[in-house]
Design a protein around this ligand. Structure first.
Ligand SMILES: *Cc1c(COP(=O)(O)O)cnc(C)c1O
Length: 389
């Protein structure tokens, strides 16, 4: 049995924490805004800012030069307004149950692909206000957005709604499908459809002040997609949208570090089974360490092999990841150093990617997913702690 050191080595972080460096957010926003200029930058803070916390991230992004915020849902936009954030906020994903009335009342810009227009006009008339809308054209992604076939009708109806004072068409936008693979021709095809759609809208009398198409990958690799405004999500969190480029390659700094403390450390014999299913067995006498994070915290259960760094050494998770915990095998060396317990030592799952620290990319690889999903899934059970607020 190994005993814990009695002093705590950490600077009063919660025992499990996603530490968010708001200076990293500011750095990334400044970097992206400079790349996008003269286009303006919309910081996309949907899904609680990809798990980083929408309100603190929104404030940091605005301090660093973003002028717009973007979210998927009206409810997310209203939460920004409830925090007294006054800048333009665009929400683009609606259902017939979405609260268009509350959105127009709160001066939320609304994405509109077609059917929403009647709901938005009705809300505007009730409120005796002019709603701000961004018409969306599907240039090839096959999700939201008017088809090119329906587009002439949509712009005509939107122009009528402008003339009656119910709406103003602030923007025209679309979303890229393959910008993370910069050489694919489909981005050129999307650009061509977008340019045609803008021209048709202008011919119908619309005068959108912001045309916007680029996501993070577009900002970083396709200046021809920047237009008047870019919508950057992943990159403001310091993560790379490209499979073959790291954050550092792109001049970005990952903002989230996920850490906890080693909960248990003990010597075991060869053939010790580890975690449910006993899918891992030690091959020799060794030392195991228990890490108190699991799938309830948003660590994918499938990510056995993911990296955990303790005292400057990175160990792969062995055996199954459980709801609350996972195990690393410190190896024979730790056994030789018997008595040198790591109970209470900091265990870092991912962070900057520098100095041997793992990145969310490595956890994504272990889980067969993308870095977007790794950070966004970190659950509310893990407290967010902010640095450099
Ligand atoms: C999520 C989203 C973005 C941001 O995409 P990133 O790849 O994270 O930069 C931009 N636009 C729309 C419509 C989105 O849904």
């Amino acid at each position: 049995m190994k005993s814990a050191a009695l002093s705590t080595s950490t600077d009063r972080l919660p025992e499990r924490a996603a530490v968010i460096d708001l200076d990293a957010i500011r750095h990334n926003v400044r970097h992206l805004a400079a790349l996008a200029a003269p286009a303006r930058l919309m910081a996309v803070v949907k899904a609680d800012a990809y798990g980083h916390g929408a309100i603190p991230v929104a404030h940091a992004a605005l301090e660093a030069g973003a002028d717009w915020l973007g979210v998927a849902h009206i409810s997310e936009a209203l939460a920004l307004r409830a925090a007294a954030i006054p800048v333009p906020v665009l929400a683009w994903l609606h259902t017939t149950d979405s609260d268009f009335h509350a959105a127009v009342a709160a001066d939320i810009d609304l994405g509109c692909s077609g059917w929403e227009l009647a709901h938005i006009v009705a809300a505007a008339q009730q409120l005796r206000k002019t709603a701000r809308i961004h018409l969306k054209i599907d240039t090839g992604l096959g999700r939201n957005g008017s088809t090119p076939e329906d587009w002439p009708d949509l712009v005509a109806v939107a122009r009528q709604a402008e003339l009656t004072g119910d709406v103003t068409v602030v923007g025209i936008f679309s979303h890229l499908a393959v910008a993370d693979e910069p050489s694919r021709v489909e981005t050129d095809e999307q650009l061509a459809v977008f340019t045609t759609a803008v021209a048709q809208a202008q011919a119908a009398g619309l005068d959108p002040v912001v045309r916007h198409l680029a996501n993070s990958a577009g900002v970083l690799s396709r200046p021809d997609t920047h237009f008047d405004l870019v919508r950057a999500g992943l990159a403001i969190y310091g993560l790379s949208p490209f499979a073959d480029k790291t954050s550092a390659d792109l001049g970005l700094r990952p903002a989230m570090k996920l850490r906890t403390l080693v909960s248990v450390c003990k010597d075991v014999p060869a053939e010790q089974g580890v975690s449910y299913g006993l899918s891992y067995r030690t091959t020799a006498p060794t030392t195991l360490a228990l890490i108190p994070l699991g799938y309830a915290d948003g660590i994918p259960r499938i990510a056995t092999g993911g990296p955990v760094r303790v005292n400057g050494v990175t160990y792969p998770v062995v055996g199954r990841i459980a709801m609350d915990q996972m195990v690393i095998d410190l190896g024979e060396a730790a056994l030789v150093a018997s008595g040198a317990s790591v109970i209470g030592a900091e265990a870092v799952l991912f962070g900057s990617g520098d100095d041997g620290e793992a990145s969310a990319d490595e956890w994504a690889a272990a889980a067969g997913t993308i870095n977007y999903e790794v950070v966004t899934r970190i659950s509310p059970r893990v407290p967010r702690v902010y640095r450099n607020a």
